[in-house]
Design a protein around this ligand. Structure first.
Ligand code: FE
Length: 326
């Protein structure tokens, strides 16, 4: 049996940019309810990070008339690893070229998924330096725990709607070295969803089949809390603030994470993780395949079923089924 040599060139999800048509309300959601801190502003963008994110930012929020994905940022495991991945991306035909970088990081290489979701890969990052009044005695985190809302700890993953899950999944495996951890096979043989990672986490990225057929859309971004109790606590605040909860708290079969889905006021779906789920250390991991008759357990291990909207709503959207926050 041949064994494919693993590629360890992508280290982590470093940041994500999303668009919001309602910047003030979105900023209130991320800063005052999820406890993100603002690092910097630049034109139509605000750079934010959770209190255990170590770099300049993990979320870039940019004003646009329509919500959706700006880009996903990946950090390579070394400058040499970056060059190797760029070679592979250029050969794929989906490379776009080098850019100067952005606030918080140096030169980056732009590319798109087969569906067209914009991506960047980079090495050179600026580490967050807490101002005097935010310095902490706990050296294992880069700043004090905020006292606003129920603060999330770090950016966890992105989930993208794809017109063809298999194509997008395979691109991440072949050109970026991701490992397939779990997937859903539909009765007609197509893949309904795929969860991939470069670390022991079950996923840093997932692709879900876009039932509208459109693809190239954002399904959700996710932040990690750590404790399931936080999901109940933040649910109280969301109800009081008029933030619509789509589903949860509940537990996924895939990844075993505790979850809560809400719509931030700009219209993008945000997932909150209440548990790390399980971790994968086996270098010869065999992807877990859920079949169509197991979808319910795959998506909701326990808790109420997901509304149909979960499978068709992504950003950008045609008709907003969400009720925007206050
Ligand atoms: Fe998720």
């Amino acid at each position: 049996m041949t064994y494919k040599e693993p590629i360890f060139d992508v280290a982590q999800l470093s940041h994500v940019e999303i668009f919001s048509p309602r910047m003030d309300e979105s900023l209130h959601f991320f800063k005052n309810l999820l406890g993100l801190s603002e690092t910097e502003r630049d034109g139509n963008s605000v750079y934010l990070r959770a209190y255990e994110d170590f770099y300049h930012h993990s979320l870039k929020l940019t004003y646009r008339e329509t919500p959706g994905l700006g880009h996903v940022g990946w950090r390579s495991s070394s400058p040499q690893a970056l060059e190797r991945r760029v070679q592979s991306l250029e050969a794929s035909g989906l490379g776009k070229g080098w850019i100067e970088g952005d606030r918080g990081y140096g030169k980056a290489y732009e590319f798109v998924t087969p569906d067209g979701h914009p991506q960047r890969i980079l090495w050179d990052v600026e580490y967050y330096q807490a101002p005097e009044d935010q310095k902490t005695k706990l050296l294992s985190r880069p700043q004090r725990r905020p006292t606003r809302g129920v603060p999330v700890r770090r950016l966890d993953h992105v989930n993208l709607l794809a017109s063809d899950v298999t194509k997008n999944k395979q691109f991440f495996i072949d050109h970026l070295g991701f490992n397939l951890r779990e997937h859903i096979e539909l009765d007609d043989g197509r893949e309904g969803g795929a969860w991939l990672s470069v670390s022991p986490l079950v996923h840093e990225i997932a692709f879900l089949g876009d039932r509208t057929g459109k693809g190239n859309r954002l399904h959700h971004i996710a932040f990690w809390y750590g404790y399931p109790q936080h999901l109940a606590d933040i649910s109280d605040i969301f109800v009081e603030e008029g933030i619509r909860i789509e589903a949860g708290p509940g537990k996924h079969g895939v990844s075993q994470a505790m979850f809560l889905y809400v719509f931030e006021p700009g219209g993008n779906r945000v997932e909150l993780f209440g548990d790390a789920g399980y971790l994968i250390f086996d270098p010869a991991w065999k992807p877990l395949k859920w079949t169509q008759d197991q979808i319910e357990e795959a998506i909701i291990w326990f808790g109420s079923p997901l509304p149909n909207e979960y499978f068709i709503y992504g950003t950008p959207h045609d008709t907003p089924p969400y009720q925007a926050g206050k």
